[in-house]
Write a protein that binds this ligand. Structure first.
Ligand code: ZN
Length: 164
C-alpha cells in the first residue's frame, strides 16, 4: 500500500486544509463540481481527490465528522461499506481499470492527509500506469484535469444525491 502514503504530498494537503477546513464536512456546501463532490448517500459522501495518485482517485467518507472507525454507529458503517462497494462498481464501469488500490489511513502518522475525518481511498490502477508525480509537478494542469474527470465520473455516479 506504499502508493497510499507519500510525505511530499503533505505540503499541498496542509495548505489546502488551512484554506478549507474539513473537506468532507464542507463538501455538501456550495457548488458540488467545484468541491469535486460526486454525491452523497444518507450517511456517506463520495469525492474526487484533489491531489490524486491516479486519474479517478476517489474518496468515500462518512458524513459524520469522526476519525473513529470502530466507534462509527453500525448503520452508518453499513452505509459507508455499501457506498464503497457501489463506488468501486461505478468506477470500474466508468474507467475500466485493471485493478484498484483501496485503503484507509487512520491517523496522521499513518499518512492520513485529513486525519480527523476518516475516509476510504479508491485508486484505479492499470498495468504500467505512470506515476502521477510529473502531472502534479505542474500544478496548473490539475484543475482542468480534475474537472474533466469529475464530469466523466459524475455520469456514472447518478445513484448518489447531489446537494445536502
Ligand atoms: Zn469532517
Amino acid at each position: 500500500m506504499e502508493v497510499l502514503w507519500a510525505p511530499w504530498r503533505m505540503t499541498y494537503i496542509a495548505r489546502a486544509r488551512e484554506a478549507r477546513g474539513c473537506i468532507f464536512c464542507a463538501a455538501t456546501a456550495g457548488d458540488p463540481r467545484e468541491r469535486l463532490l460526486l454525491g452523497t448517500t444518507a450517511d456517506s459522501v463520495v469525492m474526487l481527490n484533489r491531489f490524486p495518485y491516479q486519474n479517478g482517485h476517489l474518496m468515500v467518507a462518512p458524513r459524520r465528522h469522526t476519525a473513529d472507525l470502530p466507534g462509527l454507529p453500525a448503520a452508518e458503517h453499513a452505509d459507508l461499506a455499501e457506498t464503497l462497494r457501489r463506488a468501486l462498481a461505478s468506477l470500474d464501469a466508468a474507467v475500466h481499470p485493471e485493478g484498484f488500490n483501496v485503503g484507509m489511513n487512520l491517523g496522521a502518522c499513518a499518512g492520513a492527509g485529513v486525519a480527523d475525518h476518516l475516509h476510504w481511498h479508491i485508486v484505479p490502477r492499470w498495468s504500467g500506469d505512470t506515476n502521477f508525480m510529473p502531472a502534479l509537478a505542474d500544478v496548473r494542469v490539475i484543475p482542468q484535469h480534475l474537472l474533466e474527470s469529475y464530469d466523466r465520473l459524475r455520469a456514472a455516479f447518478g445513484w448518489l444525491t447531489l446537494g445536502a
